[in-house]
Ligand binder design. Structure first.
Ligand code: PLP
Length: 450
């Protein structure tokens, strides 16, 4: 007997049930939007899929297209939507604030801004308690780098190869991947060897990589530096968790050279890594400056720099402000985000469900040669696809096929890494065990057909 199509359908993985139907959509079609993008939006914009996806609604860990088809969002708006799409508490907080005042300049007081600064400071270790608000991660890193330079009177900054820190002049230079850099003047930044356990020259020996930073200080600078900036887990760079022992050794070197240590928590912050609220905490260090964005506002444009009162002093008496940074509507979102993370135990969910998901993905590695590495922590996981395990040849074409097939089956996953061959799993932190099973079953099915 041959199986009917219905039998075949019956054995496909099924999206976990979810009690929400979006309202009907009456907007323009995908093709109409595509035409507008071509004519009126930046030609640099790109999309992953053969047939572009038009998302018209979002609810928690799910997105809906114009036909009401539901997708499991395992990318979370590039690690941004931490509480879930349109989380009711976040929406309520925004709407309530919006009804009272939409914007106040830095010249007047507003409690929504001060309340959030206080709440954010309470999440920081050490003496990190002065907050500067920005609109994005790029702006936060620009400010942090500038503060380190002002504080130390030095220009040299050490950053990592394979890092991503933003797309404005200074942060683009700090970024350590040619595919995210333009040919602007590149000065004052030295890129250290990446402590990448999978592709790096010293494997998982963090202290060995740290010696390269000492080398850069000794041979590339006057011996005095402004600082060091790094992510704890590189996001755009393909979910690369810095080798253990790296940050404590580097922080020591940098501080000896008079510099400040900057932690870029734009992706790894706000409980995403599960084990800790901030990514750097996994290596037991306390930075001098922490930058953040993405998860801070659950998708509302907001960024922040948090530093010590001593470092913050460098801006005293200088003319410096940011028109929208710390807009009360955005900070109202931020305050709601912190409450939701706590109320719904999202950090511990990221830890337990993230570990479960990683375990199941690691098991798939035994089944499919194309999976070269499964890595990351909590809900910041990466799967590096290779066409040859020994040579670690990036499977660049195959990854697009995997993503396309998974999308057809209702799963959205991200992509990154210098070679563009790493699947990035950074879902909203409410992602459940059932969602993880569905994700893995869909990936398993997709790979079994390749
Ligand atoms: N830093 C990190 C680690 C990032 O991943 C990003 C963006 O992806 C940025 C900085 C820049 O943030 P934004 O895109 O909000 O300017």
């Amino acid at each position: 007997e041959t199986a009917s199509l219905d039998d075949h359908e019956a054995c496909l993985p099924k999206l976990p049930p979810f009690d929400y139907s979006p309202p009907p959509y009456a907007g323009p079609s995908v093709d109409e939007i595509l035409a507008k993008r071509k004519n009126f939006l930046s030609p640099a914009l790109f999309h992953f899929y053969k047939k572009p996806l038009n998302v018209v609604d979002g609810k928690m860990q799910y997105l809906f297209d114009e036909n009401g088809k539901r997708y499991l969002d395992a990318f979370g708006g590039i690690a941004t939507v931490c509480c879930g799409h349109c989380h009711p508490d976040v929406v309520e907080s925004i709407v309530n604030q919006l009804k009272r005042i939409q914007h106040s300049t830095v010249l007047y007081f507003n409690h929504a801004i001060a309340d959030f600064a206080e709440a954010l400071a309470s999440k920081m270790p050490g003496n990190l308690k002065v907050v500067f608000f920005t609109n994005s991660g790029t702006e936060a890193n620009e400010l942090a780098i500038m503060m380190a330079r002002l504080y130390t009177g030095c220009n040299d900054i050490i950053s990592l190869r394979n890092a991503y820190h933003g797309n404005a002049a200074g942060t683009m230079v700090a970024t350590g991947q040619s595919n995210w850099k333009f040919n602007v003047v590149q000065t004052g930044i030295h890129h250290a060897l990446n402590p990448d356990p999978y592709r790096g020259v010293f494997g998982s020996d963090g202290e060995k990589y740290a010696e390269d930073v000492q080398g850069l200080v000794d041979f590339g600078t006057s011996g005095h530096v402004a600082g060091f900036i790094s992510e704890a887990i590189q996001g755009v760079g393909g979910i690369v968790e810095l080798a253990p022992g790296y940050l404590p050794a580097v922080y020591k070197t940098i501080r000896k050279a008079g510099g400040l240590c900057i932690a870029d928590e734009v992706q790894a912050g706000f409980g995403r890594t599960g084990s800790h609220f901030w990514g750097f905490q996994a290596q037991g260090v306390v930075p001098d400056i922490v930058t953040m964005a993405k998860g801070i506002g659950n998708g509302i444009p907001l960024g922040a720099v948090v530093t010590t009162p001593d470092v913050a002093e460098v801006l005293t008496g200088r003319s410096y402000f940011n028109t929208f940074g710390g807009n009360p509507v955005c900070t109202a979102a931020g305050l709601a985000v912190l409450k939701v993370i706590e109320k719904e135990n999202l950090q511990s969910n990221a830890q337990s469900v993230g570990s479960y998901l990683k375990e199941r993905l690691t098991a798939l590695k035994d089944k499919y040669e194309i999976i070269g590495d499964v890595r990351g922590r909590g809900f910041m996981l990466g799967i590096e696809l290779v066409s040859d395990r020994q040579l670690k040849t990036p499977a660049k074409a195959e990854i697009l096929h995997v993503m396309d097939q998974m999308k057809e089956m209702g799963v959205l996953v991200g992509k990154g890494g210098y070679y563009g061959n790493v699947l990035r799993i950074t879902p909203p932190l409410c992602f459940s065990k059932q969602d993880s099973d569905f994700f893995v079953d869909v990936m398993d099915y997709t790979m079994s057909k390749m």
